[in-house]
Design a protein around this ligand. Structure first.
Ligand SMILES: [Zn+2]
Length: 138
């Protein structure tokens, strides 16, 4: 006979991956967002409450950190290789920065919400959590 454990381990890697894909960290099927960066109050598939997250300014911080390093490396490499005019740099790197930032921001936020869920931070405790298996569909 198996003892049913009250505490269920949550995989941080899986939860962060699901968040990166804009999915619920608990079931991986429900949408995390109701709009571009607005996290749903709860998962439409499994009912997991998602409003507990406190991503705050961490997503833009990490997005700026990553995008800045990539763009700066590109600027320096292009300058070293071809030394193009300033307008060429501007024409390449300004749109690249905007596109990369806007693409990364919801993914980074989803990853951080997933991490907070896996670490049971900010109200993502066991008591609020339905079973992590997706519902049976027959
Ligand atoms: Zn869910």
């Amino acid at each position: 006979m198996h003892a049913v454990s009250e505490t269920v381990e949550r995989s941080a890697m899986l939860a962060m991956w699901r968040g990166t894909l804009h999915r619920c960290p608990n079931c991986g099927r429900g949408e995390m967002y109701t709009s571009y960066l607005k996290v749903a109050d709860s998962c439409s598939e499994c009912g997991q409450e998602l409003h507990h997250h406190r991503a705050d300014d961490a997503p833009p911080y990490f997005t700026i950190f990553v995008v800045g390093h990539i763009i700066l490396a590109g600027v320096l490499a292009l300058e070293q290789a071809y030394a193009p005019a300033a307008w060429v740099h501007a024409a390449i790197w300004v749109p690249a920065t905007l596109v990369m930032s806007l693409a990364m921001l919801p993914r980074v936020k989803g990853m951080l919400v997933g991490l907070q869920w896996a670490m049971k931070m900010h109200g993502f405790e066991e008591a609020d959590t339905p079973p992590s298996q997706p519902r049976q569909t027959s």
